[in-house]
Structures are given as structure tokens and as C-alpha cells.
Design a binder for this molecule. Structure first.
Ligand SMILES: *Cc1c(COP(=O)(O)O)cnc(C)c1O
Length: 469
């Protein structure tokens, strides 16, 4: 499988280069050149497969030529098993009303759906780097779920050092401990005396000028612009559909959305042939996508901090991958649009035709914080089931936007509520217990370096710990 850039002016790459490259050289994102297509009969024949077996069917075509089939099988077995995911079904479905479900994606090591991709990404990186005899440095900034999932995913990697920056004192204790208590001599947590944006800016500056790594190592990004993450997320759309009677009947999905990675995976599943009747973009008050869909006006606003921090984004990077298809894969035309979008002084609109195409594919809805908590209460009163606030946004959007009550509606359950104390408290709920494998999280020893928000200090710290001798 070859990959091309959404902006039409960067070299085609094979999977291993895409895995190690963040943005394409022309500023675009990599997407597969062709999307594998499956007939209903073929998909139907996958009905009895385990999660791991199904993952192999879905993922192998995207990595073919770079990852050997048996090696992929080994990685999938090492990731999607009952020791790593605290549920035998890996991605179980929970019913919350007649024909309405939550797809529980929070049984992995850090209790959020990001484990599905980052657990596999760590193994893919190590495999590819081993073959190439290279080592890399992962650098990222996090205000929540990505950092811990990336650390858990790469802790066993021999060829990767990982440095995760978070704003000191500004992430919840559970989230901080999920990062700082992971042991491994390739893991470095840096608490920046500053805010998330400062941390993020230092990461961006370091990717822009990597000379502090002396040309001996490359930086790798593990945020959701990395194609491998999306690829891994396609699997659970197939898995949940097959478990509820698909592909012979269509499904509807509601997806709590931030960077548009998770829902883009659903769109990919649909392109591959899975009958998906409806895809709902559910956002919080950071609703740039909902405003675009509703009013055909793309205008970036300043970030609001909400009780659903993992969806607090001003710009949804992966939306570019959808736009590429809406523009009939004309990269140069899209580059032009993206330049307009990057100039935040002017709002941008899509052509009527392209907006129409987007509206045929997606519905959207934005949920404010009071409604988020009200939805947690509503579902708890109806079923005794406590949703995390991100998932609650998905459920609310599903209930508002649903088009056909005969089609099963599946909301992606993106995190476990125990991670989001503010929302649990606001709803007046008892704090749920930490799952078994994290039961002693509050007693474990923490390891982190507290550094000033100064680029040179941070880069020196990284260099010193990367080149130990
Ligand atoms: C990352 C995250 C999201 C948003 O997913 P995107 O792929 O960025 O759209 C939603 N909910 C939770 C809990 C997350 O961690």
C-alpha cells in the first residue's frame, strides 16, 4: 500500500515511512492511495472472528509490503488480549435503551480509546525501527489522554525514547499518575511550569528545528495525524457492527469528536464497505466542526476549557483528510483551501456542492457542559450506568440527531468516568472505583522532572537523557 499527501505535492510513501513521518513535506496529511473494498459477503464471512483475527483482516492491507503477515499477527495478539484489556471481548457493547448501545473502548491500560491505537503503534514502531536499525525520540505535549496512552504504548520499545510534556499542576491526579508511575528507562515525564499551549509550542518548535538531536535521531509524532492510529481504530467499527447483526443490517454511530481522528476511522470503515447509515459528529462547546456543518462557516475561535478536556480543540486536524475526498482528491485545490483556513482573520466557506457532500455523510451536534452532566444523570437514572462526560456528549447527540429508530445507534464510549473527576462531582455521583489493574495507582511511585517553560532547558534535558554516554 502506498500513501499520498492531501496537499498533492509530497512524495508517495510506503507504510513504514508514513509511520515515522508526521506531516508530509507539503504540510498535508498522508492517506492511503487506494482504499480496500469488501463485499457484504466477505464482511459477513468475518462474523465469527475474534477481535485479533478481525484486526488482522482489516489492518494487513494497509501495512502489506512493510510488515510481514505473521509479525502483524504476533503484535495484534500481544496487544488485544485479556491481560492488556480488562475485558475478554476487548471492545464490548453495552445496551442503554431499545436499539441503543455504547461501544466500550475504555478497557485498555489507560482507560480511554486511545489505547487501541497507541498500544499497536508502539509495537509497529519498534518492529519497523528494528528492521531499519534506527532509533527515534517521541516528543509530545498532553493535557490528558494522549500522553498516558503513548507512554503505556511505548514503554516496552527498545528503539524509542519518549518525552511527554504536561503543564505542571494542570492535569488531574489520575491522569498525571497514569503517566508518571509507568516504569521504563525510556520514559520521561516533563512537568512544565507553564500552561498547555506553552508545552505545545515547545514541541512544535522542536519538530521545526531538530538540531538539538545532533542529526543522530529523528523526532516522531504520535498525535492523531499519524495514519497508523486511524488505521487501528477502523477495526472496532467492523467488530461492533458484526456483533449486532451487521453487515446485513446497517448501523448508526455517534462519535465524541475532537481532532476528527476517531470518526474519520468510521468514515474509512464505510468506504471499505461496512454499511453505516449515519455518522454523527458530537462536539463540546469547542464546536468549530459543528458550526461549519450547520452554517457553512469555518471560523476558529479561542479554546474553551470544559469538563471534557480530551475534546477541547480549536482546530480539528484530521478534517483535512475528509476534505481531501470532498475535493475529489485534488491536492492542489485543497492546499489552497487549507491556506485560507490557516489565515484566521477571514472566515472560510465550502462550495455548496462540497458542503452537500459533507452533510450527506455526517450529521453534527454540539453539547454544552450543563447538558453533558444532565445526560450523565439521565442515563444513570434510566439504567444505573455511569457514562464518562465525553461519551455523554455522544449519547446526547445520538438522541437528538437519530434519523431511524429501527437502525441500531452505537455511541463510542471513549473513556472510563473514573478519569474525569470534575464531571463526576458535578453530577453528584459517587466516584467509581479504579479498575483492578490500576487499583494501587494512588500509592505507586511517581517519576517526573519539573522544568521551567524554556525551550533550551527542555531540549538539553532531552539530549542529555537520549545520549547517555
Ligand atoms: C481523544 C479523545 C476524544 C476525541 O477523539 P478524536 O479522535 O480527537 O476526535 C474523545 N474522547 C476521549 C475520551 C478522548 O480521549
Amino acid at each position: 500500500m502506498k500513501y499520498i499527501s492531501t496537499r498533492g505535492n509530497a512524495p508517495e510513501l510506503a507504510f513504514d515511512d508514513v509511520l515515522l513521518t508526521g506531516l508530509a513535506a507539503d504540510g498535508g496529511l498522508y492517506v492511503p492511495k487506494e482504499v480496500p473494498q469488501y463485499s457484504l459477503e466477505e464482511i459477513e464471512s468475518w462474523r465469527d472472528l475474534s477481535y485479533t483475527e478481525l484486526a488482522h483482516k482489516v489492518i494487513y492491507p494497509f501495512v502489506e509490503g512493510c510488515v510481514d503477515s505473521d509479525a502483524l499477527k504476533g503484535m495484534l495478539e500481544a496487544v488485544y488480549n485479556n491481560d492488556n484489556f480488562g475485558h475478554k471481548a476487548i471492545a464490548p457493547v453495552q445496551q442503554i435503551d431499545h436499539n441503543e448501545y455504547v461501544l466500550e473502548l475504555f478497557h485498555g491500560p489507560t482507560l480511554a480509546f486511545k489505547d487501541f491505537a497507541l498500544q499497536l503503534l508502539g509495537r509497529l514502531l519498534d518492529y519497523v525501527l528494528e528492521k531499519r536499525q534506527e532509533k527515534v525520540v517521541i516528543m509530545g505535549a498532553t493535557s490528558g489522554d494522549t500522553g498516558s496512552a503513548a507512554i503505556e504504548g511505548t514503554k516496552a520499545c527498545k528503539n524509542v525514547d519518549i518525552f511527554i510534556l504536561h503543564p505542571n499542576g494542570k492535569v488531574s491526579e489520575v491522569q498525571r499518575r497514569q503517566m508518571t508511575t509507568v516504569t521504563g528507562d525510556n520514559i520521561f515525564n516533563i512537568a512544565i511550569e507553564g500552561n498547555f499551549d506553552q508545552a505545545q509550542d515547545m514541541v512544535k518548535a522542536s519538530f521545526g528545528d531538530q538540531s538539538f538531536l545532533r542529526g543522530e535521531r529523528k523526532l516522531v509524532a504520535v498525535n492523531s495525524i499519524n495514519w497508523a492510529r486511524i488505521m487501528a481504530q477502523i477495526v472496532y467499527y467492523f467488530y461492533s457492527s458484526l456483533n449486532l447483526g451487521g453487515p446485513l443490517r446497517p448501523m448508526a454511530y455517534s462519535v465524541p469528536t475532537g481532532n476528527f481522528g476517531d470518526i474519520f476511522a468510521g468514515y474509512m470503515a464505510k468506504k471499505m464497505g461496512l454499511p453505516i447509515e449515519q455518522l454523527i459528529i458530537a462536539t463540546n462547546e469547542n464546536d468549530v466542526l459543528h458550526r461549519l456543518m450547520a452554517n457553512n462557516l469555518y471560523k476558529v475561535e479561542s479554546l474553551k476549557h470544559t469538563i471534557t478536556p480530551s475534546m477541547d480543540i480549536a482546530v480539528s486536524s484530521n478534517f483535512e483528510r475528509l476534505l481531501f475526498d470532498l475535493y475529489d482528491r485534488d491536492g492542489l485545490a485543497l492546499a489552497d483551501l487549507m491556506n485560507k483556513m490557516a489565515d484566521r482573520s477571514q472566515p472560510v466557506e465550502l462550495s455548496e456542492e462540497n458542503l452537500g457532500k459533507a452533510r450527506d455523510l455526517f450529521d453534527s451536534y454540539a453539547v454544552d457542559q450543563d447538558t453533558t452532566v444532565a445526560t450523565m444523570k439521565e442515563v444513570f437514572a434510566e439504567t444505573g450506568y455511569l457514562l464518562d462526560p465525553h461519551t455523554a456528549i455522544g449519547v446526547k447527540a445520538a438522541r437528538v440527531c437519530r434519523r431511524n429508530p429501527r437502525i441500531p445507534m452505537i455511541t463510542l464510549g471513549t473513556a472510563h468516568p473514573v478519569k474525569f473527576e470534575d464531571a463526576v462531582n458535578r453530577g453528584g455521583f459517587d466516584m467509581p472505583k479504579l479498575p483492578h489493574h490500576l487499583a494501587d495507582l494512588m500509592e505507586r511511585e511517581e517519576r517526573l522532572a519539573i522544568l521551567p517553560a524554556d525551550l533550551k532547558t527542555v531540549q538539553d534535558f532531552i539530549a542529555k537523557n537520549t545520549f547517555k554516554d
